[in-house]
Write a protein of this length. Structure first.
Length: 269
């Protein structure tokens, strides 16, 4: 048995504007990872998560006015008063399991229109973790929400852009995953292209048998053409698709050199 780790990295880009309203919006989406191997574990990491905010619908906010006699505590309170006591929007940050979804608030950010600057940048990592990445396991999700704290939601040209990267690490066993189900099929095809198998992300194996006396051509896709693709010869010719060797999960189509050609087989998951 050989253990292999597969890394899948994708960018995160999420735009919030006046159409976002106050719904909690997932920051990323994760489609099921399809492989011909046995998946042992998965882990999702979020890196470099930041927010760009341009809040043009509010009046500009001046920096706090520090006096010479102000202590560090005085300066801190003045800064907090500007940050949280000024006209502002609010960005809430959430974390959840994906099954079932149960959003839990973990922090909030005050969105201001700073005087002299057209926008502000926020490091969202600081609210989620002290580490270099947010670790979510195989079923975690993070979400964001714009909240009305007395000055409305995003309006006009207001814009918040969430960006970063998502890394998914999948640990697999090189031995093929066991087959747990099987669906036999039989279709009559002719000189027009026919889809014989629909896309199936769980596919592990497929067998095609040409029981007629006409030549058949298979194609990985929804349209097959005569004289192109994978030929299956008449009188019992076969083609086997092993996902371990050819990881294709999409639709498979067929066409024959004559009408009333019988193509049988099976698809295993």
């Amino acid at each position: 048995m050989t253990i292999t780790t597969i890394a899948e990295s994708k960018a995160i880009t999420l735009k919030l504007n006046s159409a976002s309203a106050s719904s909690i919006i997932p920051v990323f989406s994760s489609a099921a990872f399809s492989t011909g191997y046995q998946i042992l574990s998965q882990n999702i990491f979020i890196k470099n998560l930041k927010a760009y905010a341009k809040i043009a619908s509010l009046d500009p906010i001046n920096l706090p006015n520090f006096e010479l006699e102000d202590t560090e505590t005085d300066k801190l309170y003045k800064t907090l008063d500007v940050e949280w006591g000024s006209p502002r929007k609010q960005l809430n940050l959430y974390i959840s399991n994906t099954d079932p979804v149960d959003w839990n608030l973990i922090g909030s950010i005050s969105l201001l229109n700073p005087s002299g600057y057209p926008y502000r940048m926020y490091n969202l990592m600081d609210l989620y973790t002290d580490n270099l990445a947010i670790e979510l396991g195989d079923n975690g999700q993070i979400g964001v929400q714009i909240q009305d704290v007395g000055y409305g939601l995003l309006t006009g040209s207001d814009l918040v852009t969430i960006h970063g990267s998502r890394l998914r690490e999948i640990v697999v066993e090189d031995n093929p995953a066991p087959i747990t189900g099987n669906t036999p099929f039989g279709q009559t095809i002719g000189t027009s292209s026919t889809v014989v198998l629909s896309a199936n992300s769980s596919r592990k194996y497929a067998l095609f048998v040409n029981e007629s006396f006409s030549k058949v051509y298979l194609n990985f896709g929804e349209t097959a053409s005569l004289g192109q693709g994978i030929p299956i010869f008449p009188g019992g010719g076969t083609y086997e698709l092993y996902i371990k060797d050819t990881p294709y999960y999409g639709a498979i189509s067929a066409i024959a050199t004559a009408d009333n050609t019988t193509l049988t087989g099976t698809e295993s998951v």
